[in-house]
Design a protein around this ligand. Sequence first.
Ligand code: ZN
Length: 278
Amino acid sequence: MPEGDTVWQTARRLHDALAGKVLTRSDLRVPKYATADLTGRTVLDVTPRGKHLLTRIEGGLTLHSHLRMDGSWKVYANGRRWTGGPSHQIRVILGNADSTAVGYRLPVLDLLRTADEQRAVGHLGPDLLGPDWDPEQALANLLADPARPLGEAVLDQRNLAGIGNVYKSELCFLLGATPWLPIGALPADRAAKLPSLAKKLLEANRDRPVRTTTGRRGQDLFVYGRAPRPCLRCHTSVRVADQGDGSRERPTYWCPNCQAGPAPSPTRPRTTPRRTTN
Ligand SMILES: [Zn+2]
């Protein structure tokens, strides 16, 4: 799932390819916008906002997109083969004299007035990679519901924008608390560090091709995706269980030794099926 750093990289690629250039091709394959034609307009900029992308276009228009679970934007030099997926998965094409940006499987694609952008992203909390970053506000948002499990609170984009499922698990590990610990029960000194720690993780990764929270090559993450392998710090077997409200359950990883707090019984780690010989 794309996190704030992935969206940031996508925005930069799109900005580099499109900003300051006149659109010579525009194809929005969403019924609502089937007749919209953006050709002849200059793209002004492409900006990430949390996990949302805002492509601002001359004439006061913004193309708002969100990658959700498996959407992506690819940029191709004109004449190159498109490799992002089958053509029926293409939701939008924006091209200029040099390159073409293609949006695949985008679950959210809206053309709105730039003046109305707040309608699309106004619910977001302070953006970890944005110019509006405000750690005190982010912390206040997080602590406003002290009973909420830590993992759910940091994933809620209304509290702070940019954290996805990978950073959720890693952040809880670095805070020494299970994702099920009520956020109000986090010791005050650690809670105070949470916003800056989250920002550090995203910032450190926004220019890296491979996401890492450990700084160790080949062992990029402390717990995410590691069950039932040993914790990098203490060698206890890492556990995995779902966390969520039922509608959006996400695999959540933790070390039962390094992280204090409540936890459900782990989902049985997937093991390689044993080969039977008769
Ligand atoms: Zn551990």
